[in-house]
Design a protein around this ligand. Sequence first.
Ligand code: NAP
Ligand code: ZN
Ligand code: ZN
Length: 350
Amino acid sequence: MARVPAYAALTSTSPLAPFAVERREPGPKDVEIDILFCGICHSDIHQVRDEWGGSIYPMVPGHEIVGRVRRVGTSVGKYSAGDLVGVGCMVDSCRSCDACARDLEQFCHQRCAFTYNGTEMDRATPTFGGYSTAVVVDEAFVLKVPESLDPAGAAPLLCAGITTFSPLKQWGCKPGDRVGVVGLGGLGHMAVKLASSMGAEVTMLSTSRSKQEDAKRLGAAHFALTSDEATFDRLAGHFELIIDTISAPHDYNRYLGMLRTEGTMVLLGAPPEPTPVSAFALLMGNRRLVGSLIGGIAETQEMLDYCGEHGIVSDVEIIRAEQINEAYERVLRGDVRYRFVIDVASLKGD
Ligand code: NAP
Ligand code: ZN
Ligand code: ZN
């Protein structure tokens, strides 16, 4: 056992503060990782503030982890000391149910072990995330991060990257497809980069005029302001695929109207409150409204390899651990370009 420095929320209303967590001695299949960087996902904020219900405290958030292997257990075959690796939203699953057999561990019938705000598969040992200096994870849930990628920029790939890559794959994004990305934050900017790298003609649908130039630089061919009602008329029936990353409640029906016949809108954003959907918004044009939750481990590795080949990383603003609470407020104001990443050295007092 090792006690390592971390940052934690002790209640849903207290700011995050310095904390310490116990990490287990690596077992035969475990990889001990010295964390270099951890991204701040909007899901961290939803969970710290218990917006989805059922949050467990103390909570050490963080599921966009990049680090280097310090030690490996005796039967670890995939990794050795010094390797650049990542850990995303999951650290274990049952590995035998139908979902696990289909490489969809996030839907494990026994409920996977989420990286934080959950427990290991024993349902007793709490899990603590990447706002900490080290973590011990079974090799089956550790990802190889291409050495060619900047480690800080690669950290957000472990959630924002896979969450946007997976639906683009599921819905067959291909050259020439008209893809709308809704919300230019952490997920949104990865969706723009990935969809444009796949040859799609991307339109950024944003409430923030100030992000227009960035959207183009990230790969969007077009930018449309969703605070302007005319946008919804002008783009009616336009998109094969819409990727919706908005974190707050909004009217899905208006966006569905921008889909072509048999077009698909994928919900990635997870606002706590439900939103009514009109049957006619779907019936007219056989439109589909679907969801997508992160991605399985094999697909996460595929995404990292793809990003390695295409030189894709997140645009990050690196912060020290003491700035986490301020960063949360800035995310909530939409003032993020486009992912905050914690330099974990700052947790060691460096
Ligand atoms: P983020 O960086 O805060 O980005 C969200 C963006 O949505 C904002 O930058 C803003 O973009 C837009 N937005 C925010 N509030 C809005 C409002 N009231 N009306 C319209 N637009 C609004 O968040 P993120 O980290 O990308 O996460 C986005 C959501 O996805 C969160 O709910 C998160 O929990 C969820 N999530 C889901 C998964 C999954 O597996 N499905 C994985 C990770 C995260 P503009 O300024 O461009 O309008
Ligand atoms: Zn996330
Ligand atoms: Zn399972």
